[in-house]
Design a protein around this ligand. Sequence first.
Ligand code: APR
Length: 310
Amino acid sequence: MGRSKVSVIGAGNVGATCAHWIVAKELADCVLVDILEGMPQGKALDLMESTPVVDSDCNVIGSNSYDATANSDVVIITSGIPRKPGMSRDDLLATNKKIMATVCNEVKKTSPNACVIVVANPLDAMCHVAFDTLGFPRERVMGMAGVLDTARYKAFIAMELGCSVEDVHGMVLGGHGDTMVPLPNHTSIGGIPLTELVSKERIDSIIERTAKGGAEIVALLKTGSAFYAPAAGAVAMAESIIKDKKRVLPCASLLNGQYGHKDLFIGVPCVLGKGGVEKVIELKLNDHEKGLLNNSANAVKELVEALKKN
Ligand code: APR
């Protein structure tokens, strides 16, 4: 059995950083694809030249075509425009829809058995475009947002308590936008409930900062959006699939009645293994949490409707 192959479509900030994490983890051979001539080739060669320094036996190839991506185990799709200050993720809809459909038509032909991880925004709507274009089973099409939103949430909690990020456990569910649903009642630090360690006011402000976490970075960068944490999130998902780790990660998955929703991509806890989303875990939510999740689902539904008009 040869090495696994992960292809990353879009070799911009998020895509190139995915390749960087893949090499750093010695996870798989990696193919970077972009429409810009020379750019994916240059970044891939540069990364390839870093492998002797970091002792990582990964081949990294850059290309403007999909030939080298053939039979990828995982395809991460980051191609699309990022937001600038003042823009919401939803403002990217029309442009990124076209890019997503073009890319998925190629992926469908070249890697028909791959698990596909969507990263381009607006995330949940882009998952619908990918799913419809690819025609793959629902288990093999998923979106990366919950891992990122959860990472931000955990980082803010660790910063608040001055504790190790390793000991913070929790999840953020729902769509990738202002209506996302952090779950303080399901959050613990070394087994101790968050609600026993942090006041309600501080938890509310952490939740608010989490929901606006992407905008905070956009406002600081001014020229684009976050890429280190999004790329780390996508590669964590790819790793769980390639190594069949069966990690429980919040991913955008096409629901089939779970949480009371059908045929809608939304962030829920998933078991990720060789088969992709092998299981969606249904948490018992209280009425308040259910209300928040439904509110988030409605926001995603509106965008899916808007897709039809764009
Ligand atoms: N095929 C391949 N690559 C494409 C295509 C296409 N059809 N169209 C655009 N691209 C490439 C661009 O050339 C660019 O290099 O996608 C890359 C996007 O990179 P950046 O502009 O640096 O954007 P990035 O920050 O990586 O964000 C990409 O991920 O997090 C989301 O909201 C973000 O939708 C955005 C996406």
